[in-house]
Ligand binder design. Structure first.
Ligand code: HEC
Length: 547
């Protein structure tokens, strides 16, 4: 029987189609039934298939059914032509959700309340038993009375789920010194520093211990580390997923209640200061107009223009950010506009016809080094425009951020340009959980190479993806930002430049959640229109291409 110290919890997992499901985002559903199963276990597979006979009735009752697969290889699951009863198969390859739900055998159905993440009932392994149980559970909840059901005592029959990570840990105490600290340093602590944007610093054992229940929740819902994508699509670097092993290890340590070993605390050792400009002295330093940030409240997106003077056109090889106050600056997009552009209007300054996207800063990503031998042409006739997002930190401050530009000495072999796939006008109806907008590009005129991709939306953005249709008609998904969070507008970079032949067409898709189930949504009762401000929405996919 697996141990789980913190009871039931919200969680988030990808399914076989790359769609992200977070339990609490289904709080509008009356219940979520989770069935642990394996493609290789005939008994649980059969129960899953049996759902096809009752699924309509469940849909009418607004009940979700999820198959939980903590047994088979993710690649194998995703390669299946179809899933039993066409249901979503949640891929729990770290087995941490199975552990949290205390799954022991395959085929044991668990009924969850998506609002509270509580287990409403467990101990069923046939659809015939499930139907009356659900009816009673839902009737009891509607009448605000306790249910008359008793959970079956004793153990369930079924194939035991083999916990490969827990077996590996074999009941031993996880080492804070040699296992947990290195993991935190690699994955978390570079953001969780003193005076950083994260609300707490991972600077000693006691601190981590105190925050550990929250750490558990943020990693199992995939909120932390930020910027995670669907790793099985494309070959991208600077993404932020924990490996299955790291996930299982961290959660096991937390469930052991964060034991400590060793005399010293490696997290408490002070780290050397990083240089102001880790890439060396920039060729051009540009001041972002300084911003006074209040102590509390919500600061809207800001759009600012700055005049720059360069004697002649330059090829940018890298951009580096020296952030003034790391506790407030949450993201910064950099664009170039013509000096001759006569406008102070924020929407116009960043409109696709006027602005050329260059780069983005988010916490933890201070250096944007373009692919080798490639450069972005910054004309002498350009000004810069910034789109800034600030958080408040509890104290008044003034942010004075600088941007360092590095130039090539001569024209590089490959020129970078940004294909901005943006929609200037669209509306998302109020109270809609899944509103899909797509945009298709013109066929690319010449062969190009995909260098990086940066998705941008506001608080209703739920997932963003990019697909290419090749001249022969075949399709390939290039990237799947399955759990988009507007606070983390990262630029994802291809591990190697990826060739997109002439005649190919890009299709960008953004899925929006304009319902109350979206915890970031400022106004679920209103339609959302396009605009730069926080309560508006944007559809922007920035595709940096080399040619
Ligand atoms: C790229 C920077 C970054 C990394 C890496 C990162 N965090 Fe965070 N973390 C933040 C920021 C910023 C916040 C503040 C909330 C937000 O913006 O989502 C935060 C918030 C948190 C919170 C508090 C959540 C709350 O609701 O108060 C916890 C717990 C946490 N992080 C744990 C972790 C763990 C564990 C890791 C590593 C596995 C990690 N973080 C990695 C930046 C980061």
């Amino acid at each position: 029987m697996p141990q789980h110290a913190f009871g039931n919890s919200d969680f988030g997992l990808l399914d076989q189609n790359g769609k992200f499901h977070q339990l609490s985002r289904y709080r509008d559903s009356s219940a979520v039934v989770v069935l642990p199963f394996s493609f290789h276990d005939p008994a649980s597979f059969q129960i899953a298939e049996d759902f096809s006979t009752v699924l309509d009735q469940f849909t009418d009752q607004n009940v979700q059914v999820w198959l939980l697969n903590a047994s088979d290889e993710p690649d194998f699951i995703r390669a299946q032509e179809r899933s039993p009863a066409g249901l979503p198969v949640l891929i729990d390859s770290s087995q941490t959700v199975a552990k949290t739900l205390a799954v022991t055998v395959l085929g044991e159905m668990i009924v969850l309340d998506p609002g509270s993440a509580n287990v409403m009932y467990r101990g069923l392994n046939s659809i015939q038993e499930l139907t009356p149980v659900l009816t009673e559970l839902l009737a009891a909840r509607a009448a605000r009375r306790p249910s008359r059901l008793q959970e079956p005592a004793g153990t369930m029959s079924g194939t035991e789920l083999s916990y490969r990570f827990l077996d590996q840990f074999a009941g031993r105490q996880i080492s804070y010194q040699t296992e947990i600290v290195p993991l935190l340093q690699a994955r978390c602590a570079f953001c969780h520093v003193e005076n950083g944007l994260a609300p707490w610093a991972m600077n000693r054992h006691l601190m981590v211990l105190g925050w550990s229940p929250m750490m558990r929740e943020t990693v199992i819902t995939r909120r932390m580390p930020p910027g995670q994508i669907d790793n099985s699509v494309g070959d991208w670097v600077n993404t932020h997923e924990l490996s299955d092993y790291e996930m299982a290890l961290l959660i096991e340590w937390i469930d052991q209640r964060g034991p400590r070993d060793g005399e010293t605390d490696p997290l408490a050792e002070t780290r050397p200061d990083v240089a102001d400009w880790p890439l060396g002295q920039p060729d051009l330093i540009v001041d972002v107009p300084e911003q006074a940030i209040p102590a509390t409240g919500n600061v809207d997106f800001l759009v600012k223009r700055t005049n720059i003077e360069i004697p002649q056109d330059k090829w940018i090889s890298a951009v580096s950010y020296k952030v003034g106050d790391k506790s407030v600056l949450h993201s910064l997009l950099v664009y170039a506009v013509d000096k001759s552009l006569q406008t102070d209007d924020a929407d116009e300054l960043i409109a696709q016809i006027n602005a050329d996207y260059i780069s983005v800063y988010v916490p933890g990503e201070t250096d944007d080094i373009f692919a080798q031998n490639s450069g972005y042409l910054l004309g002498a006739d350009k000004d810069l425009v910034f789109k800034l997002r600030y958080l408040t930190s509890g104290r008044e401050t003034v942010d004075r951020t600088q941007i360092g530009f590095y130039f090539h000495d001569a024209e590089p072999a490959m020129q970078l340009s940004t294909l901005a796939m943006e929609k200037p006008d669209f509306t998302i109806p109020a109270n809609t959980t899944e509103h899909i907008e797509t945009l298709t590009s013109e066929p690319v005129a010449n062969d190009v190479w995909l260098e990086s991709y940066s998705p941008h939306a506001h608080s209703r953005g739920k997932s963003m993806s990019l697909t290419v249709t090749y001249p022969d008609g075949s399709e390939e998904q290039l990237i799947n930002v399955a759990n988009f969070n507007y606070n983390w507008q990262l630029a994802y970079r291809t591990a190697e430049l990826k060739k997109i032949p002439a005649g190919s067409v890009f299709r960008a898709e953004t899925v929006y959640d304009n319902s109350a189930s979206n915890p970031f949504n400022p106004a679920p009762e209103s339609d959302a229109a396009q605009g730069y401000q926080f309560d508006s929405e944007m559809f922007s996919h920035f595709i940096r291409l080399a040619k």
